[in-house]
Write a protein that binds this ligand. Structure first.
Ligand code: FAD
Ligand code: DHB
Length: 384
């Protein structure tokens, strides 16, 4: 098989790249080791930056986003006794959109599913230092295949094979594991809040998010070693009520339809380019979820790479491809810092000094326009 761009991974990054390239008549094929149903059902991120939403709309993928997405002009920051609203629109002129990653992926697959090989096995990358790199795999019927391309894009997430194909001696990795995880639930109950609540509490961080007017998404800081079996629905709701509690406000409960615990880490790996291989999204970097940057950062990488590939295939220009890594990394490090900062401000460690520093920072962000603008600018997203 021959294509112009071989894409490994049908997550949001790989599918979006394939779609943007198709708009410029650039041919691509995506290989994915999971089934379409699995990819569409995987519950992950829920907040799109203004730039992400604009890009999806401009790419013709915005019909459901415009009809079903919820525009949020701010968030609430909370600590015991105080809930403070930050108005992003007033501070930065920008908003965010609550629209699940599952929905983004469904919209992308509706456009691109004919160009995806699902349920492949044994994905391997070859000849990356030549101008005819290739991807080999076994397709869902058990037939070995090889996809030859001009460029290979590794969009296969943190656990994929693309990053590891770059020789270890050439890679530099920065990594931090946090001593907490997020226990997340999806509940069939209208959200008890108009906008997201990020709450500091002595028992640990809690967050109230949503997916639609009838679906709530809520998170609790837990020890990453906790087992989800030890968290009954009653125990989860009770902890959420305590940590999100505020006089005069009630949290409505409903049936829990999904729950799980996610570990939290910061991770950046360079290079993001090796010969004809380009890495995008979680394949190259992971941020802790506080601040909702993971999906948006994957989309930002793709926006930069798509433009570079358009110039390469359109007119043979290589300067944008050569500049991809530097351009992408500026945003990667900005988001890595912001996600670390939000995480550090909001998650309790049990340390008395940390507690006072966190509360001081929260009071500052909620009382200084300069500090609030810094948070709002990063949260709503800097322009691509
Ligand atoms: P992925 O979505 O990981 O997609 C990679 C794809 O490659 C997958 O479909 C995978 O099956 C496929 N693949 C892997 N290996 C191979 C292979 N060898 N061959 C072929 N295909 C392969 N971000 C937020 O902003 N907020 C959140 O609440 C949030 N929650 C998250 C919860 C979890 C459990 C995880 C893992 C991530 C979460 N994130 C969250 C991060 C966000 O979802 C990611 O940043 C985003 O999915 C990145 O997209 P991606 O396309 O780069 O990678
Ligand atoms: C969601 C996840 C986040 O990491 C975040 O900061 C806000 C919302 C969510 O899943 O809805």
């Amino acid at each position: 098989m021959r294509t112009q761009v071989a894409v490994v991974g049908a997550g949001p990054a790989g599918l979006l790249l394939s779609h943007l390239l198709a708009l410029h008549d650039i041919d691509s094929v995506v290989v994915e080791n999971r089934s379409r149903a699995y990819v569409e059902a995987r519950i992950r991120a829920g907040v799109l930056e203004q730039g992400t939403a604009d890009l999806l709309i401009d790419a013709g993928l915005g019909d459901r986003l415009k009809a079903e997405g919820l525009r949020h002009d701010g968030i609430h920051l909370q600590w015991p006794g105080t809930r403070h609203r930050l108005d992003f629109r007033e501070l930065t002129g920008r908003s965010v959109w609550v629209y699940g990653q599952t929905e983004v992926v469904k919209d992308l697959l509706a456009a691109r599913h004919e160009h995806v090989h699902f349920e492949v096995a044994g994905t391997a990358l070859h000849d990356l230092d030549t101008d005819r790199p290739s991807v080999s795999f076994t397709d869902s019927s058990g037939t070995p295949r090889r996809l030859t391309a001009d460029v290979v894009v590794g969009a296969d997430g943190f656990h994929g094979v693309s990053r590891e194909t770059i020789p270890a001696a050439l890679r530099t990795q920065w990594e931090r594991h946090y001593p907490f995880g997020w226990l997340g639930i999806l509940a069939e109950v209208p959200p008890s809040t108009d906008e997201l609540i990020y709450a500091w509490h002595p028992d640990g961080f809690a967050m109230h998010s949503m997916r639609s007017p009838v679906l709530s998404r809520l998170y609790l800081q837990v020890d990453p070693a906790e087992r989800i079996e030890d968290w009954s629905d009653e125990r989860i709701w009770s902890a959420l009520e305590t940590r999100l509690g505020l006089d005069g406000w009630t949290l409505d409960r409903g049936p829990v339809v999904d729950k799980g615990i996610t570990p939290m880490r910061s991770f950046v790996s360079t290079p993001m380019r090796h010969g004809r291989l380009f890495l995008v999204g979680d394949a190259a970097h992971i941020v802790p979820p506080t601040g909702a940057k993971g999906l948006n950062l994957a989309v930002a990488d793709v926006a930069v790479l798509a433009r570079a590939l358009e110039a390469f295939f359109g007119s043979g220009r290589t300067d944008l491809l050569d500049g991809y890594e530097e351009r992408a990394l500026h945003r990667v490090w900005r988001c890595t810092h912001f996600s670390w900062w939000m995480t550090t401000m909001l998650h309790t460690t049990g340390d008395a000094l940390d507690r006072e520093l966190q509360l001081s920072q929260l009071r500052y962000v909620c009382s200084s326009t300069a500090a609030a603008t810094g948070l709002a600018e990063n949260y709503a997203g800097l322009p691509f």
